[in-house]
Every structure is written in C-alpha cells, then in structure tokens.
Design a binder for this molecule. Structure first.
Ligand code: FAD
Length: 468
C-alpha cells in the first residue's frame, strides 16, 4: 500500500491530523490498533474546556482551550452540548484564589460572569447552598466518539483511508529515513506493508513505545485518572471547584448521565486504566463539597484513562497540559514526527501544527482549513442524534425506523443493522461507542441481549450469503 503519510493512532489527535492533511490534498492512511477512540480519547471526562481550569498555572494551555472551544462549537456543533460551566468556591477553599483566577482568565480572554447563589441554585438545585462564590464560564461537553466518527467521515470524503484494528508493528528505515511500516490486522492476522514519505506518531500514551520501534526514545509522563458515572444528570452545567486543580473537582453532565472525576496517578503502562478503591473514596469525598449527598447516589460505573503528557519535571498535576511536537530527524529517523500532550479540546490545533510540519517536509503549500470547515453530521445526517432529546425528536418524527432496542439511549434495531453493515463495526463494544447502546441507566442490562441477538442474526446472514 502506498501513501504520502501514515498516521498512527485513531484518537482525536490522529484523526484530526488525518483530516487536516487530507483536506490539504495529502494522501493519508490512518492505522488504529483498536476501534476509533479506544485510547484516552474514549476514556476521558467529556469536558470541552473553557480553559478556566488551567488559567492560573498554565496560561498557554488555557488560551489554546478557549480559542479551540470557540472553533469546535462552530465546526462540530453536532458533537457538542453547550452546557455552560460554573466555577464554585466551596467552604474551606482559599478565597484569595478567586482574584488570581479572575485576572488569569481575563489575561487569556476567558469570559467570566459572577452569578448570585440564588441564580446558581435555581439552575442547579443540587449545588451546595453554602457555596461562597459562583462564576460562569463557557465550558461545554463533547462526545468524543461522535466527534471521531465525524472526523473520519470528513477525512474519508477528502480521500483518507482509516484502518481500524490494525497495529503498527515495525518501521521500515533506509539510510536514517523512514520509508514505511508493517501493519498487522488484528481481525485476521494478515500483514500490510505501507510505503510512505512521512509517518506521524499520534499514539497518545503509547507514543514512546511506538517511537521505540524506530529506535527513537523520549520521556513521557503518563498520568492515570479515574471517573465515576452516575445514573442520571445530577447537574446540567459543568461544575468545577474554584481552586488550584486537584482530585474530584469536576462534575460533568454527559449525555443521559453525569460524570465526576478525576485523579492523577503516575503510571508507566499506557494501558493501565484500573481504578483503585482509594480513588473512588477520594473523588466522592471531594465531590461532597460541591454537591452535598452525592456520595450516596447511585453510581453506574467507574473507569480510568491515561494522560499522554510530555513534561519530565515537576509535580504530576503541575505538568503542562499543552502539547509538544518531536521531529526525529536527528534521532536517525527522518520523516518520523511524534505528537504528545495536549487535551481533547485542543486536538484540532495540535493537528494543524504538526500537519504544517509534515506539509513542509513534503513540499505541500496548501494551508490548513480545519478551523473553518464544518465536520459532516454522522448517523444518517440527522443532526443532534448524539443527544437523547435529538434521538427522541427523530423517533417521534419517524426518522429512526425500526424496533426500539435500547430504551435508555433510544437506539433502534435499524441503527444497529446499519452500523453492523459498516465494516468497522463488529463487536457490542463497537456498537456502544457508535450508538451509545447500553450507556444509559440500565447499563446494557436489557439491550445488550437484544443487540447480541440482532448482531448474531446479521453476522450469520452475511456468512450464509458469502457461502452461497
Ligand atoms: C482521566 C482523564 C480525563 C480527561 N479529561 C479531559 C477533558 O475533560 N477534556 C479534554 O479536553 N481532555 C481531557 N483529557 C485529555 C484527553 O483525553 C487526551 O489528551 C486526548 O484524548 C489524547 O488523544 P490522543 O489522540 O492523543 O490519544 P489516544 O486517544 O490515546 O489515541 C492514541 C491511539 O493510538 C492507538 N495506538 C497505540 N499504539 C498503536 C499502534 N502500535 N498501532 C496502531 N495504533 C496504536 C491507541 O489504540 C489509541 O487509540 C483527559 C484525560 C484523562 C486521562
């Protein structure tokens, strides 16, 4: 297989790079060893940052977040919910931090508005009535699976090729330059040889391991974080503690549920997504100050993700959240670039910056257009289908034909059949990421059996069809 650029990693960063390059007319193949967004991008907190969280200690990151926040609202409205955000000063937290924070937000153009406690409680009745101050910021939420599918659709329409369940296992190097890579299909064990002029390593927390395949080493600071999902939306606005960032200080309404987190634990394993009991205890204890009584509410699930940070020094949470681009020409692997760090909120900017470098290497002069090119609407083009109200609306207007399979998230038999007809979707987990099947309050207790039966029918039919 021949291409100009091989992108390794189907998270937000890799997907964004494939889209950016394809829109500039570059031939791109993206290889992802799992489904899209099975790495950190599918295990994150769901917050479209306003930048408020980073304003004091990492203004560069904060500025990137607010700038990209405005851009993503324009180009990916179908993946974003404009929940707004509150920063709340809890009893016992340092009131002197407020002034520092307000000045830091103003310096990077993050709009803030003081909200009276009565107004805040009217909008969010579960908030602590003893909060000492509340400020509104333009936080939002972003469905990363939906975003990745839109990115894939946009990139493929521009000529890119996405190979999911394909792992990069070796690089081809000649005279200090990468010339291609060997990919293994994790579906049928077949091997693909890719010849290319340039390789972008966007493997998130695996980036250092991937670079080692080319004999290149660099340090990463992997930081594991835990999140807990409640069975309902206890809040409809993103709630952040107004203090130096710490554990358990963000509460995010995500789809039909709400998610509290996180922690920050050093790890050396990019696949270390476990959640330890002390993390749950800590998050719940911290959350009580924002929303009293929440530690006794029903939790559906807990999961972890690994931050792919690039900062060798300092305290874990003080590591910068901005990104770094590493050109490995001086490491004996010209044509290989790695990108690490950043946030999901800043994926587009990260993609733009590294694509500029790739284009310079290839002699391509076309400019980046991703800041002004809207992403296509996925799921049959019905906008807002990622939100329950959008799906309900579509159902009521006959746009979601077929029997209802997942009542919590409104997923129909036809949607499952359509998704399975697309070669990328095979397992129930793939369906979960594509359609939010089983993500609601029953946690797949009913729909997973129905979906398994539908899947069996369809896969068996296809096999029969192939045989005949
Ligand atoms: C707990 C937690 C909470 C977070 N919350 C937020 C938040 O609320 N808002 C926000 O903006 N950001 C948040 N982040 C940060 C954000 O999630 C990450 O910065 C971002 O998702 C990283 O995306 P990525 O594409 O770089 O990496 P990933 O999403 O990890 O993608 C890398 C991909 O590379 C693939 N890969 C690895 N090796 C190979 C190989 N050999 N061959 C093929 N494929 C390979 C992996 O399977 C993976 O899918 C959070 C992070 C964590 C850990």
């Amino acid at each position: 297989m021949q291409t100009d650029v091989l992108v390794i990693g189907g998270g937000a960063t890799g997907g964004g790079i494939a889209l950016d390059l394809a829109l500039r007319g570059v031939r791109v193949v993206l290889a992802e060893m799992g489904d899209l967004a099975t790495g950190t991008s599918g295990r994150y907190h769901g917050l479209l940052h306003s930048g408020g969280r980073y304003a004091v200690r990492d203004p560069e990151s904060a500025k990137e977040c607010i700038d990209e926040n405005w851009i993503l609202r324009r180009i990916a409205p179908q993946s974003i919910e404009d929940t707004g955000g509150y920063f709340v000063l809890c009893p016992g937290d340092d009131p002197a931090y407020v002034d520092q924070w307000l000045k830091a937000c103003a310096a990077v153009n993050i709009p803030t508005r003081q909200v009276s406690l009565s107004e805040a409680l009217k909008r969010e009745p579960t908030l602590n009535p003893r909060l000492e101050a509340v400020y509104e910021v333009p936080d939002g939420t972003c469905d990363s699976w939906d975003l990745l599918h839109a990115i894939q659709a946009g990139a493929e329409a521009a000529g890119a090729r996405f190979l999911t369940y394909h792992r990069v296992e070796a690089f081809h190097l000649r005279e200090g330059k990468v010339t291609g890579a060997t990919l293994r299909s994790l579906r049928d064990d077949s091997m693909i040889q890719v010849e290319c002029a340039c390789i972008v390593n966007a493997a998130g927390p695996w980036a250092a391991q991937v670079a080692k395949l080319a004999g290149v080493t660099f340090g990463m600071r992997l930081s594991r974080g835990a999140m807990l999902a409640y069975n309902i939306r206890w809040v409809n606005t993103v709630i952040n503690k107004l203090r130096k960032p710490g554990d358990g200080d963000i509460f995010v309404p995500v789809g039909t549920v709400s998610v509290i987190g996180t922690t920050s634990v050093r790890t050396d394993d990019p696949g270390d997504t476990r959640v330890e009991p002390w993390e749950v205890t800590k998050i719940l204890a911290e959350a009580e100050a924002m929303t009293p009584g929440i530690s006794r509410a029903r939790i559906l699930r807990a999961w972890g993700g690994v931050r792919p940070l690039y900062d060798p020094g300092g305290d874990q949470r003080d590591a910068k959240r901005t990104f770094a681009i590493l050109d490995h020409a001086d490491d004996g692997a010209a044509g290989l670039l790695s990108i690490v760090g950043g946030k999901l909120t800043t994926y587009r900017l990260m993609a733009e910056k590294i694509s500029d470098k790739v284009c310079a290497l290839l002699g391509v002069t076309a400019p980046c257009t991703t800041a002004t090119t809207p992403l296509p609407a996925v799921h049959g083009g019905v906008n807002k289908l990622h939100q329950l109200r959008g799906r309900l609306d579509a159902l009521e207007h006959g746009q979601l034909p077929g029997a209802l399979v997942c009542e919590c998230e409104i997923v129909t038999e036809k949607q499952i059949a359509d998704a399975l007809a697309h070669g990328d979707v095979v397992s129930l987990n793939d369906l979960r990421r594509d359609l939010r099947l089983g993500m609601g309050p029953c946690q797949g207790g009913f729909c997973s059996y129905r979906a398994a039966a539908i899947r069996h029918e369809i896969v068996r039919d296809s096999l029969d069809h192939t045989r005949s």
